[in-house]
Design a protein around this ligand. Sequence first.
Ligand code: BGC
Length: 761
Amino acid sequence: MAKVADKYFETDQWKIIEHGYNPEYGEVAESIFSLGNEYMGIRGFFEEGYSGKKLIGSYFNGIYEQTEPDYGHYKGIVDFTEYMVNSVNWLYTRVEVDGEQLDLATADMEDFQRVLDLKTGMLTRSFVWNTKSGKKLRLTFERFLSMTEVECAVQKITVETLQGNGTIQITSGLDFSEKHQMTDENLWECGRENVSSNEEIKLSIEGTTIHTGKKVYSSAKIFADCTNVKEVLREKSVAAQMDFEFQDGSKIEVIKLVKNITLKDGDSEEEYEEKIAQIDDGKDVDSLFRETVKFWDEVWKHSDIIIEGDDENQQGIRFCIFQMFQTYHGAVKGTNIGAKGLTGEAYNGNAFWDTETYCLPFFLFNNQEAAKNLLYFRYKTLDEARERAKMLDCKGAFYPIATISGKECCNLWQHASLQLQASTAVAYGIWFYEKVFQDQEFIKKYGLEMLIEICRMLATRGDYSAEGKYGFYCVMGPDEFQMMVNNNCYTNYMAKFTFDYTLKKLGEIEQEDAAAYQKVVEAIHFENTEAVAWAEMSEKMDIPYHEDTKLFEQHEGFFKLPHVEVDEIPVEDFPLYHHWTYDRIYRNDMIKQPDVLMLMLLFNSKFTMEQLKANYEYYEHRCIHESSLSPSVHSILASQLGRHQEAYDFFGFATRMDLDNYNRNTREGLHTTSIAAAWMNIIYGFGGLRTDGEGISLNPSIPENWTGYTFRINYQNETIEVHVTKEKIEIKTEKGLPVSLTVYGEPVVLNQDVYTCPYQA
Ligand code: BGC
């Protein structure tokens, strides 16, 4: 099934450019031009008001609302959901000339251009407005979010007069009155409204979410040389209405420095109040911008990917890297990454197993602090996972499939109750983090406790068969088109891995640091008999494998399911969830996303090429890639199998999934976690990076139409830069520290010199 690009934005290596405005792409552009700094995110909407289709979305990581749909008739079914709630529109602006309010849906406007600069994080929009009264004004709106002082953001409006003179009225405010679009409700109660315009223009307002009591205190200082100011207080909003005189050649500037303070789970009310009391302290606009540019400089220095000979993918991958850092960079300890980042309301801002499985590799090789803090989120929410395990009649911890606060938010019981992959992904994440950073302190302080609790869950959720094999019954693996299956290969394999790794860590820590071991063991009453039981479960784990064909069976009975030729499904039937009854998609061997193949990527070194080939060939043409996470995994394995054209075809839309709106749903928000998969697609796919064996290895290949590419990974305190052309591979390190790895199977120790070897096709 081919996905088709819907090209709208101009190609440029460092910028995303919209030239001329087409309202049909209005909401897509809002998502694409979203800005975020992990703490908050704002869609690229027109701040001056717009009567066309829009989503005025402003979000804060960890500021959520909840509803309680009436589902809970059976034990374990979740009757509760949390969603990242649309919050204060701190960009609120209205512009009026001679009684006409600017609205790009109706205005006479020309020379529209919007540019997102990936080097600075600045979003600039400019156009010429021909007012009904015959004035011609060029308006430029700029905005950026500070990447270092994450509570701060800046908006600048410039009005240049091209023709005419008169008075322009600009209203600038902080507005909590927007609705959360998904629920069609406004979920804020407001107080502490204040507008003052004596020496300086200052605004502030506090919003409190109705059901969860989360708070956002929004404040702004406005710098403007106006002739008159009027204070405007409306329900849930505060604003200053400013008058300016304009004449031919004049230039008016309004600069708004915003500071948003949040009170979320685990924050102290006292600190929140202290921050509010000090709201006037802090950096000026120029320093904030300088530091933000510096932040992005560092990002590009250490994490850029350069693609020679393919500007579209060059722009695409830089957009992906930019979005990853906008969404998360470890600044706020214990937060997570929603499947849509901070760019929209779809998926409720919930975090999934995507975090450990798809996003973590990106951070492990780009930003240790971020990787650590993502795992810390799972520690912080261990109690919620324990609660969830109880609800599901298990011991230990059952991590949620979808969550904000740590509580399970997924109302689809088949997913919430049957998918164990969020829990085993946490174990995998801890293992991966330890492998890359050898941070034993983290493992002792947080990791071991999580591992034990996950094992306890696995030991009570699974069972022995009549033949004495251990496995999991009535589960759903990563392929969400199969539910209530027995012995899903992925689930069983991951469980075995989790038992083995936990037992290894228990043994090591007991030996190396008896006090740390005792502390954990006593705190959670761990008994040695548990370890004995886990060892047996692991040994007897049922991994459905057929030696004759080298095939791993996705689950017991999968090979006997009725076959569907996925390539023959009419294109109008997609997305299938909308066109096939829910039960129909479960009744055959069609796969939503890699399941056995996912395993083969995660534990790549454990499988032979023969096994990989057999399973790839079997599962590949059964997969419809209904999840955007899916094609990159196939692309990576196709590269490994030397199927380079196929690898490139699957890669086809990975970097431009949202820029070209391949799934036609970018308006709902960016596919943030798939963006991480695009990064993996290049580094693990074409770069051939493997990280699950001894050390790390590279096996580079190059797509036919690229002349060369360069990528960087940050590993063992070094930035390793790999340059691949069709002639040779060059690898160098930033500082010249010795780093061991293998290249095309050959052991190499990198040092100050550039390592070079011929390209092996
Ligand atoms: C996928 C899941 C994923 C979720 C959020 C679903 O469509 O099947 O694996 O966790 O989207 O990205």
